[in-house]
Design a protein around this ligand. Sequence first.
Ligand SMILES: [Zn+2]
Ligand SMILES: [Zn+2]
Length: 506
Amino acid sequence: MRPGRRLPRHPQPYADELLTSWLIRLAAANGHRLPSLAFHLFGDRSVWSADPDRVFNADNRERLIQATGVPGETVDRMLLNRFEGRLSDRLVGSASPWLLVLSKLGYHGTRRSHLYCPACLADAVSPDDVSPHLSIFWRLAFMTSCPRHGTLLRDACPHCGAIFAPALNDLGPGRDWRRNRHLLFAWCHQCGRDLRVETPPASGEERAFQGRLLGALEHGVMSWSNLGDVPALEGFEVMRQLLNLLFLAGPQHLVSASVPGPEAYPEGSYRMLRDFDLPGRRALLRQLDFLTLDWPTRVLDVARRSQLTRKPMVAHLQQIPLWYDTVADQLHQGNGHRRLLKPLVAHLDLAGIEHWRDHALSAEERRRWAILWHYAQEPNKQAVATRLGVRWALVSRTVATYNAGGPAALQDPRVGRANPGKRLLTPSQEEDLRALLLTTPVSNSELADWIEAQSGRRPADSTVRMYRQDRAVHLRSPEKQARTALKGEYMPIGGSHIRPPVTEES
Ligand SMILES: [Zn+2]
Ligand SMILES: [Zn+2]
Protein backbone atom coordinates (compact mmCIF):
# COMPACT_ATOMS: atom_id res chain seq x y z
CA MET A 1 0.00 0.00 0.00
CA ARG A 2 1.08 3.54 -0.65
CA PRO A 3 2.03 5.60 2.36
CA GLY A 4 -0.44 8.17 3.66
CA ARG A 5 -3.57 6.25 2.59
CA ARG A 6 -6.54 6.71 4.80
CA LEU A 7 -7.07 4.01 7.38
CA PRO A 8 -10.57 2.50 7.46
CA ARG A 9 -10.83 2.67 11.25
CA HIS A 10 -9.23 5.34 13.37
CA PRO A 11 -10.09 5.53 17.07
CA GLN A 12 -9.72 9.08 18.42
CA PRO A 13 -6.72 9.88 20.63
CA TYR A 14 -7.33 10.63 24.31
CA ALA A 15 -6.20 13.91 25.83
CA ASP A 16 -3.24 12.39 27.69
CA GLU A 17 -2.42 9.70 25.13
CA LEU A 18 1.08 8.96 23.91
CA LEU A 19 1.69 8.69 20.16
CA THR A 20 2.95 5.09 20.32
CA SER A 21 -0.16 4.19 22.29
CA TRP A 22 -2.40 5.59 19.58
CA LEU A 23 -0.37 3.89 16.83
CA ILE A 24 -0.74 0.57 18.65
CA ARG A 25 -4.50 1.12 18.91
CA LEU A 26 -4.68 2.07 15.22
CA ALA A 27 -2.86 -1.13 14.33
CA ALA A 28 -5.20 -3.21 16.47
CA ALA A 29 -8.35 -1.52 15.12
CA ASN A 30 -7.26 -2.17 11.54
CA GLY A 31 -5.83 -5.64 12.06
CA HIS A 32 -2.27 -4.65 11.19
CA ARG A 33 0.88 -5.84 12.81
CA LEU A 34 2.98 -2.89 14.03
CA PRO A 35 5.60 -2.95 11.23
CA SER A 36 2.90 -3.30 8.60
CA LEU A 37 0.98 -0.33 10.04
CA ALA A 38 4.18 1.69 9.94
CA PHE A 39 4.70 0.71 6.31
CA HIS A 40 1.08 1.51 5.46
CA LEU A 41 1.29 4.94 7.07
CA PHE A 42 4.86 6.04 6.53
CA GLY A 43 6.25 3.68 3.88
CA ASP A 44 8.85 2.72 6.46
CA ARG A 45 8.77 -0.18 8.90
CA SER A 46 11.66 1.18 10.96
CA VAL A 47 9.64 3.84 12.78
CA TRP A 48 9.40 1.46 15.72
CA SER A 49 13.13 1.11 16.07
CA ALA A 50 13.37 4.83 16.90
CA ASP A 51 11.44 6.58 19.63
CA PRO A 52 8.49 8.11 17.74
CA ASP A 53 7.13 9.83 20.87
CA ARG A 54 10.30 11.88 21.02
CA VAL A 55 11.51 12.02 17.41
CA PHE A 56 8.76 12.21 14.81
CA ASN A 57 9.63 13.91 11.56
CA ALA A 58 7.44 16.40 9.71
CA ASP A 59 6.75 14.11 6.72
CA ASN A 60 5.48 11.31 8.93
CA ARG A 61 3.40 13.79 10.88
CA GLU A 62 1.78 14.96 7.64
CA ARG A 63 1.09 11.37 6.49
CA LEU A 64 -0.48 10.52 9.82
CA ILE A 65 -2.77 13.55 9.56
CA GLN A 66 -3.83 12.50 6.04
CA ALA A 67 -4.39 8.88 6.99
CA THR A 68 -6.51 9.56 10.05
CA GLY A 69 -7.96 13.03 9.64
CA VAL A 70 -6.91 14.15 13.13
CA PRO A 71 -5.69 17.77 13.37
CA GLY A 72 -1.97 18.50 13.53
CA GLU A 73 -2.21 19.93 17.03
CA THR A 74 -3.69 16.65 18.24
CA VAL A 75 -0.66 14.80 16.89
CA ASP A 76 1.68 17.36 18.50
CA ARG A 77 -0.05 16.90 21.84
CA MET A 78 0.91 13.22 21.79
CA LEU A 79 4.63 13.99 21.43
CA LEU A 80 6.98 14.46 24.37
CA ASN A 81 8.04 17.63 22.63
CA ARG A 82 5.02 19.29 24.18
CA PHE A 83 6.99 19.60 27.44
CA GLU A 84 9.83 21.49 25.77
CA GLY A 85 10.62 24.83 27.40
CA ARG A 86 9.15 23.74 30.69
CA LEU A 87 10.69 20.37 31.51
CA SER A 88 13.92 20.93 29.59
CA ASP A 89 15.35 23.49 27.26
CA ARG A 90 15.41 20.99 24.40
CA LEU A 91 13.78 17.60 24.26
CA VAL A 92 14.17 16.66 20.62
CA GLY A 93 17.50 15.17 19.68
CA SER A 94 18.96 15.22 23.16
CA ALA A 95 18.25 12.88 26.00
CA SER A 96 16.48 14.58 28.87
CA PRO A 97 17.15 13.32 32.38
CA TRP A 98 13.41 13.63 33.02
CA LEU A 99 12.30 11.30 30.20
CA LEU A 100 12.23 7.54 30.49
CA VAL A 101 13.53 5.53 27.57
CA LEU A 102 11.20 3.62 25.29
CA SER A 103 11.60 -0.12 24.99
CA LYS A 104 11.80 -0.71 21.30
CA LEU A 105 10.34 -3.37 19.10
CA GLY A 106 12.82 -6.19 18.64
CA TYR A 107 14.91 -4.90 21.52
CA HIS A 108 14.71 -7.34 24.39
CA GLY A 109 17.06 -5.48 26.66
CA THR A 110 16.72 -5.04 30.37
CA ARG A 111 16.85 -1.30 30.22
CA ARG A 112 14.18 0.40 32.27
CA SER A 113 11.08 1.23 30.35
CA HIS A 114 8.18 3.51 30.96
CA LEU A 115 5.47 3.18 33.53
CA TYR A 116 1.88 2.05 33.73
CA CYS A 117 -0.99 2.16 36.19
CA PRO A 118 -2.67 -1.24 36.59
CA ALA A 119 -5.88 0.46 37.70
CA CYS A 120 -5.96 2.75 34.64
CA LEU A 121 -5.56 -0.22 32.31
CA ALA A 122 -8.27 -2.05 34.25
CA ASP A 123 -10.63 0.97 34.21
CA ALA A 124 -10.36 1.09 30.51
CA VAL A 125 -12.05 -2.28 30.19
CA SER A 126 -15.46 -0.73 30.15
CA PRO A 127 -18.43 -1.35 27.89
CA ASP A 128 -18.59 2.32 26.80
CA ASP A 129 -16.00 2.11 24.05
CA VAL A 130 -13.11 3.46 26.12
CA SER A 131 -10.05 1.57 24.99
CA PRO A 132 -7.04 1.13 27.21
CA HIS A 133 -4.26 3.55 26.33
CA LEU A 134 -0.86 4.69 27.53
CA SER A 135 -0.57 8.08 29.23
CA ILE A 136 2.10 10.51 28.07
CA PHE A 137 2.91 11.12 31.75
CA TRP A 138 4.05 7.52 32.11
CA ARG A 139 7.21 8.47 30.26
CA LEU A 140 8.27 11.05 32.84
CA ALA A 141 10.99 9.99 35.26
CA PHE A 142 9.45 11.86 38.22
CA MET A 143 6.14 9.96 38.06
CA THR A 144 5.67 7.39 40.81
CA SER A 145 1.91 7.30 41.37
CA CYS A 146 -1.27 7.65 39.35
CA PRO A 147 -2.86 11.10 39.76
CA ARG A 148 -6.30 9.53 39.16
CA HIS A 149 -6.06 6.50 41.42
CA GLY A 150 -3.44 7.61 43.95
CA THR A 151 -1.80 4.20 43.72
CA LEU A 152 1.78 3.41 42.79
CA LEU A 153 2.78 2.86 39.18
CA ARG A 154 4.62 -0.21 37.85
CA ASP A 155 7.34 -0.52 35.24
CA ALA A 156 7.64 -4.30 35.01
CA CYS A 157 5.59 -7.48 34.94
CA PRO A 158 4.53 -8.43 38.51
CA HIS A 159 4.84 -12.13 37.60
CA CYS A 160 8.11 -12.53 35.70
CA GLY A 161 9.79 -9.12 36.08
CA ALA A 162 10.02 -8.40 32.33
CA ILE A 163 10.06 -4.69 31.49
CA PHE A 164 6.78 -3.05 30.51
CA ALA A 165 7.09 -2.80 26.74
CA PRO A 166 3.69 -2.70 25.05
CA ALA A 167 5.23 -2.23 21.60
CA LEU A 168 6.59 -5.77 21.97
CA ASN A 169 3.03 -7.07 22.19
CA ASP A 170 2.65 -7.45 18.49
CA LEU A 171 0.21 -9.71 16.69
CA GLY A 172 2.52 -12.67 17.06
CA PRO A 173 1.68 -16.28 16.27
CA GLY A 174 -1.41 -17.37 18.13
CA ARG A 175 -2.13 -13.88 19.38
CA ASP A 176 -5.17 -12.16 18.13
CA TRP A 177 -5.93 -8.60 19.15
CA ARG A 178 -9.46 -8.79 17.85
CA ARG A 179 -10.26 -11.34 20.52
CA ASN A 180 -8.15 -9.72 23.25
CA ARG A 181 -8.67 -6.03 22.62
CA HIS A 182 -9.16 -5.24 26.27
CA LEU A 183 -5.75 -6.72 26.94
CA LEU A 184 -4.01 -4.60 24.34
CA PHE A 185 -1.56 -3.06 26.80
CA ALA A 186 -2.20 -5.28 29.74
CA TRP A 187 -0.40 -8.51 29.12
CA CYS A 188 3.24 -9.35 29.46
CA HIS A 189 5.21 -9.80 26.25
CA GLN A 190 7.37 -12.38 27.99
CA CYS A 191 5.11 -14.60 30.12
CA GLY A 192 1.77 -13.62 28.56
CA ARG A 193 0.08 -13.02 31.90
CA ASP A 194 -2.14 -10.12 32.92
CA LEU A 195 -0.16 -7.07 34.11
CA ARG A 196 -3.04 -5.46 35.96
CA VAL A 197 -2.08 -6.49 39.46
CA GLU A 198 -3.09 -3.94 42.09
CA THR A 199 -0.54 -1.66 43.73
CA PRO A 200 -0.69 0.03 47.17
CA PRO A 201 -1.51 3.73 47.54
CA ALA A 202 1.30 6.29 47.44
CA SER A 203 1.93 8.50 50.48
CA GLY A 204 0.38 11.95 50.66
CA GLU A 205 3.80 13.65 50.55
CA GLU A 206 4.81 11.68 47.51
CA ARG A 207 1.64 12.59 45.66
CA ALA A 208 1.91 16.25 46.65
CA PHE A 209 5.50 16.48 45.39
CA GLN A 210 4.58 14.85 42.08
CA GLY A 211 1.59 17.18 41.86
CA ARG A 212 3.95 20.16 42.18
CA LEU A 213 5.98 18.98 39.21
CA LEU A 214 2.93 18.11 37.12
CA GLY A 215 1.48 21.52 37.95
CA ALA A 216 4.67 23.14 36.67
CA LEU A 217 4.29 21.36 33.32
CA GLU A 218 0.70 22.49 33.09
CA HIS A 219 0.99 26.09 34.26
CA GLY A 220 4.58 27.00 33.40
CA VAL A 221 5.44 27.93 36.99
CA MET A 222 6.58 25.70 39.83
CA SER A 223 5.61 26.45 43.40
CA TRP A 224 8.69 26.65 45.58
CA SER A 225 8.79 26.69 49.35
CA ASN A 226 9.33 30.23 50.72
CA LEU A 227 9.65 31.69 47.20
CA GLY A 228 6.17 31.43 45.74
CA ASP A 229 6.26 30.57 42.03
CA VAL A 230 9.38 30.19 39.92
CA PRO A 231 9.48 29.58 36.13
CA ALA A 232 8.92 25.87 35.47
CA LEU A 233 12.12 25.47 33.48
CA GLU A 234 14.20 27.07 36.25
CA GLY A 235 12.48 24.83 38.80
CA PHE A 236 13.24 21.64 36.85
CA GLU A 237 16.82 22.74 36.17
CA VAL A 238 17.47 23.43 39.86
CA MET A 239 15.83 20.10 40.77
CA ARG A 240 18.19 18.40 38.33
CA GLN A 241 21.13 20.19 39.97
CA LEU A 242 19.94 19.14 43.43
CA LEU A 243 19.65 15.54 42.25
CA ASN A 244 23.28 15.74 41.24
CA LEU A 245 24.08 16.85 44.78
CA LEU A 246 22.25 13.76 46.05
CA PHE A 247 24.51 11.61 43.88
CA LEU A 248 27.51 12.87 45.90
CA ALA A 249 28.49 10.68 48.82
CA GLY A 250 28.56 13.41 51.49
CA PRO A 251 25.14 14.97 50.92
CA GLN A 252 23.58 11.55 50.25
CA HIS A 253 24.85 10.28 53.59
CA LEU A 254 23.41 13.29 55.45
CA VAL A 255 20.03 13.30 53.73
CA SER A 256 19.59 9.54 54.05
CA ALA A 257 19.67 9.93 57.84
CA SER A 258 16.23 11.52 57.46
CA VAL A 259 14.98 10.03 54.19
CA PRO A 260 16.48 6.74 52.94
CA GLY A 261 18.20 6.89 49.56
CA PRO A 262 18.25 4.44 46.66
CA GLU A 263 19.41 0.91 47.44
CA ALA A 264 20.96 0.27 44.05
CA TYR A 265 22.88 2.61 41.78
CA PRO A 266 22.95 2.26 38.00
CA GLU A 267 26.11 1.32 36.15
CA GLY A 268 28.45 4.05 34.98
CA SER A 269 29.71 7.21 36.55
CA TYR A 270 27.31 9.65 34.90
CA ARG A 271 23.97 9.25 36.62
CA MET A 272 20.59 10.62 35.78
CA LEU A 273 17.28 10.13 37.52
CA ARG A 274 15.91 8.14 34.59
CA ASP A 275 18.72 5.57 34.86
CA PHE A 276 17.58 4.42 38.32
CA ASP A 277 15.02 1.68 38.80
CA LEU A 278 11.56 2.70 39.99
CA PRO A 279 12.22 2.13 43.73
CA GLY A 280 15.47 4.09 43.36
CA ARG A 281 13.67 6.98 41.65
CA ARG A 282 11.02 7.03 44.37
CA ALA A 283 13.71 7.25 47.03
CA LEU A 284 15.54 10.07 45.21
CA LEU A 285 12.34 12.05 44.67
CA ARG A 286 11.44 11.77 48.35
CA GLN A 287 14.92 13.05 49.19
CA LEU A 288 14.50 15.89 46.71
CA ASP A 289 11.20 16.81 48.34
CA PHE A 290 12.93 16.83 51.73
CA LEU A 291 15.80 18.97 50.44
CA THR A 292 13.60 21.64 48.87
CA LEU A 293 11.25 22.06 51.84
CA ASP A 294 11.76 25.16 54.00
CA TRP A 295 13.97 26.57 51.26
CA PRO A 296 16.90 27.17 51.52
CA THR A 297 17.52 26.09 55.13
CA ARG A 298 17.88 22.37 54.49
CA VAL A 299 19.92 22.53 51.34
CA LEU A 300 22.35 25.00 52.94
CA ASP A 301 22.60 22.88 56.07
CA VAL A 302 23.43 19.78 54.02
CA ALA A 303 25.87 21.66 51.80
CA ARG A 304 27.71 23.25 54.73
CA ARG A 305 27.93 20.05 56.72
CA SER A 306 29.32 18.29 53.65
CA GLN A 307 31.75 21.20 53.26
CA LEU A 308 30.56 21.86 49.74
CA THR A 309 31.78 25.00 48.03
CA ARG A 310 29.75 27.03 45.62
CA LYS A 311 31.08 25.16 42.60
CA PRO A 312 29.34 21.78 42.97
CA MET A 313 26.15 23.66 43.81
CA VAL A 314 26.00 25.20 40.34
CA ALA A 315 28.11 22.80 38.24
CA HIS A 316 25.22 21.38 36.20
CA LEU A 317 23.43 24.62 35.49
CA GLN A 318 23.95 26.36 32.17
CA GLN A 319 22.11 29.40 33.43
CA ILE A 320 21.88 29.98 37.14
CA PRO A 321 18.57 31.48 38.22
CA LEU A 322 19.16 34.48 40.49
CA TRP A 323 17.04 32.98 43.29
CA TYR A 324 19.28 29.92 43.30
CA ASP A 325 22.48 31.90 42.78
CA THR A 326 21.92 33.84 46.01
CA VAL A 327 21.69 30.52 47.86
CA ALA A 328 24.83 29.04 46.30
CA ASP A 329 26.61 32.31 47.09
CA GLN A 330 26.21 31.70 50.79
CA LEU A 331 28.70 28.85 50.62
CA HIS A 332 32.46 29.12 50.79
CA GLN A 333 34.40 29.96 47.69
CA GLY A 334 36.44 27.19 46.11
CA ASN A 335 39.59 28.42 47.90
CA GLY A 336 38.04 27.86 51.28
CA HIS A 337 37.88 31.50 52.39
CA ARG A 338 34.70 32.72 53.92
CA ARG A 339 32.88 35.08 51.63
CA LEU A 340 31.49 37.34 54.31
CA LEU A 341 32.85 39.93 56.71
CA LYS A 342 35.89 41.27 54.93
CA PRO A 343 36.14 44.82 56.34
CA LEU A 344 36.49 47.85 54.11
CA VAL A 345 39.96 49.41 54.18
CA ALA A 346 39.63 52.88 55.76
CA HIS A 347 40.59 54.99 52.74
CA LEU A 348 37.61 57.24 53.46
CA ASP A 349 35.02 57.68 56.18
CA LEU A 350 31.29 57.33 55.46
CA ALA A 351 30.94 61.03 54.62
CA GLY A 352 33.85 60.69 52.20
CA ILE A 353 32.16 57.78 50.48
CA GLU A 354 28.94 59.79 50.24
CA HIS A 355 30.86 62.66 48.70
CA TRP A 356 32.34 60.43 45.99
CA ARG A 357 28.99 58.78 45.41
CA ASP A 358 27.25 62.11 44.95
CA HIS A 359 29.89 63.24 42.48
CA ALA A 360 30.03 60.08 40.46
CA LEU A 361 30.03 60.71 36.72
CA SER A 362 28.30 57.59 35.51
CA ALA A 363 25.53 55.30 36.71
CA GLU A 364 28.00 52.44 37.02
CA GLU A 365 30.36 54.45 39.15
CA ARG A 366 27.54 55.74 41.27
CA ARG A 367 26.44 52.14 41.86
CA ARG A 368 29.92 51.15 42.98
CA TRP A 369 29.89 53.92 45.57
CA ALA A 370 26.40 52.91 46.68
CA ILE A 371 27.69 49.38 47.21
CA LEU A 372 30.58 50.68 49.32
CA TRP A 373 28.29 52.98 51.26
CA HIS A 374 26.13 50.03 52.28
CA TYR A 375 29.06 47.73 52.80
CA ALA A 376 30.84 50.25 55.06
CA GLN A 377 27.90 50.01 57.44
CA GLU A 378 27.31 46.29 57.17
CA PRO A 379 30.25 44.31 55.77
CA ASN A 380 28.12 41.43 54.50
CA LYS A 381 28.36 40.94 50.76
CA GLN A 382 25.21 38.87 50.52
CA ALA A 383 23.15 41.41 52.44
CA VAL A 384 24.38 44.29 50.27
CA ALA A 385 23.78 42.32 47.06
CA THR A 386 20.25 41.51 48.13
CA ARG A 387 19.48 45.06 49.26
CA LEU A 388 20.69 46.64 46.02
CA GLY A 389 19.45 43.85 43.78
CA VAL A 390 22.87 43.27 42.27
CA ARG A 391 24.96 40.15 41.90
CA TRP A 392 27.13 39.05 44.76
CA ALA A 393 30.13 39.00 42.44
CA LEU A 394 29.80 42.74 41.76
CA VAL A 395 29.80 43.54 45.47
CA SER A 396 32.82 41.33 45.96
CA ARG A 397 34.73 42.84 43.04
CA THR A 398 33.91 46.40 44.08
CA VAL A 399 35.08 45.87 47.66
CA ALA A 400 38.27 44.14 46.53
CA THR A 401 39.06 46.89 44.01
CA TYR A 402 38.49 49.64 46.56
CA ASN A 403 40.47 47.90 49.29
CA ALA A 404 43.43 47.43 46.98
CA GLY A 405 43.39 50.70 45.03
CA GLY A 406 41.47 53.28 47.04
CA PRO A 407 38.87 55.71 45.66
CA ALA A 408 40.63 56.34 42.36
CA ALA A 409 40.41 52.66 41.47
CA LEU A 410 36.63 52.93 41.30
CA GLN A 411 36.60 55.67 38.67
CA ASP A 412 35.16 54.80 35.35
CA PRO A 413 38.05 55.33 32.91
CA ARG A 414 35.67 56.00 30.06
CA VAL A 415 34.25 59.10 31.66
CA GLY A 416 36.12 62.37 31.87
CA ARG A 417 36.02 63.87 35.29
CA ALA A 418 37.22 66.36 37.76
CA ASN A 419 38.57 64.43 40.66
CA PRO A 420 36.53 65.85 43.53
CA GLY A 421 39.03 64.85 46.16
CA LYS A 422 42.37 65.55 44.58
CA ARG A 423 43.27 67.56 41.50
CA LEU A 424 46.41 67.16 39.52
CA LEU A 425 46.74 70.86 38.68
CA THR A 426 45.96 73.89 40.77
CA PRO A 427 43.46 76.40 39.36
CA SER A 428 46.27 78.75 38.29
CA GLN A 429 48.13 75.88 36.57
CA GLU A 430 44.91 75.04 34.75
CA GLU A 431 44.72 78.65 33.55
CA ASP A 432 48.27 78.35 32.24
CA LEU A 433 47.39 75.07 30.52
CA ARG A 434 44.38 76.60 28.82
CA ALA A 435 46.55 79.44 27.54
CA LEU A 436 49.13 76.95 26.30
CA LEU A 437 46.56 74.87 24.46
CA LEU A 438 45.08 77.96 22.83
CA THR A 439 48.39 79.22 21.56
CA THR A 440 50.64 76.20 20.92
CA PRO A 441 50.02 72.89 19.11
CA VAL A 442 51.19 70.10 21.45
CA SER A 443 51.02 66.33 21.19
CA ASN A 444 49.47 64.26 23.96
CA SER A 445 52.89 63.13 25.16
CA GLU A 446 54.15 66.71 25.24
CA LEU A 447 51.05 67.63 27.17
CA ALA A 448 51.73 64.80 29.61
CA ASP A 449 55.30 66.07 30.03
CA TRP A 450 54.02 69.56 30.76
CA ILE A 451 51.50 68.33 33.36
CA GLU A 452 54.15 66.13 34.96
CA ALA A 453 56.54 69.08 35.16
CA GLN A 454 53.88 71.24 36.84
CA SER A 455 52.37 68.70 39.22
CA GLY A 456 55.16 66.23 39.82
CA ARG A 457 52.95 63.31 38.70
CA ARG A 458 52.72 61.62 35.36
CA PRO A 459 49.07 61.87 34.25
CA ALA A 460 47.12 58.94 32.78
CA ASP A 461 46.20 59.12 29.10
CA SER A 462 42.59 59.72 30.02
CA THR A 463 43.61 62.65 32.20
CA VAL A 464 45.60 64.15 29.36
CA ARG A 465 42.62 63.86 27.03
CA MET A 466 40.42 65.36 29.71
CA TYR A 467 42.64 68.40 30.09
CA ARG A 468 42.95 68.78 26.34
CA GLN A 469 39.18 68.90 25.99
CA ASP A 470 39.09 71.36 28.88
CA ARG A 471 36.49 69.26 30.60
CA ALA A 472 38.22 69.46 33.94
CA VAL A 473 37.70 73.17 33.99
CA HIS A 474 34.08 73.01 32.98
CA LEU A 475 33.36 70.42 35.59
CA ARG A 476 34.89 72.46 38.34
CA SER A 477 31.74 73.49 40.19
CA PRO A 478 29.90 70.85 42.23
CA GLU A 479 26.57 72.06 40.80
CA LYS A 480 27.76 71.34 37.29
CA GLN A 481 29.13 68.00 38.34
CA ALA A 482 25.87 67.07 39.94
CA ARG A 483 23.96 68.03 36.81
CA THR A 484 26.30 66.04 34.63
CA ALA A 485 26.28 62.90 36.72
CA LEU A 486 23.66 60.31 35.87
CA LYS A 487 21.42 60.03 38.82
CA GLY A 488 20.01 56.98 40.47
CA GLU A 489 19.89 54.75 37.42
CA TYR A 490 20.49 51.17 38.34
CA MET A 491 21.06 49.22 35.20
CA PRO A 492 20.24 45.51 35.23
CA ILE A 493 23.31 43.33 35.16
CA GLY A 494 22.26 40.24 33.36
CA GLY A 495 19.31 39.72 35.67
CA SER A 496 15.73 40.79 35.90
CA HIS A 497 15.35 41.06 39.64
CA ILE A 498 16.84 44.52 39.93
CA ARG A 499 15.45 46.90 42.50
CA PRO A 500 16.49 50.48 43.09
CA PRO A 501 18.48 50.93 46.28
CA VAL A 502 16.30 51.42 49.29
CA THR A 503 18.29 53.92 51.28
CA GLU A 504 20.20 55.59 48.48
CA GLU A 505 18.99 59.11 49.21
CA SER A 506 18.92 58.85 52.99
ZN1 LIG B 1 -4.46 5.02 37.35
ZN1 LIG C 1 5.67 -11.47 32.65
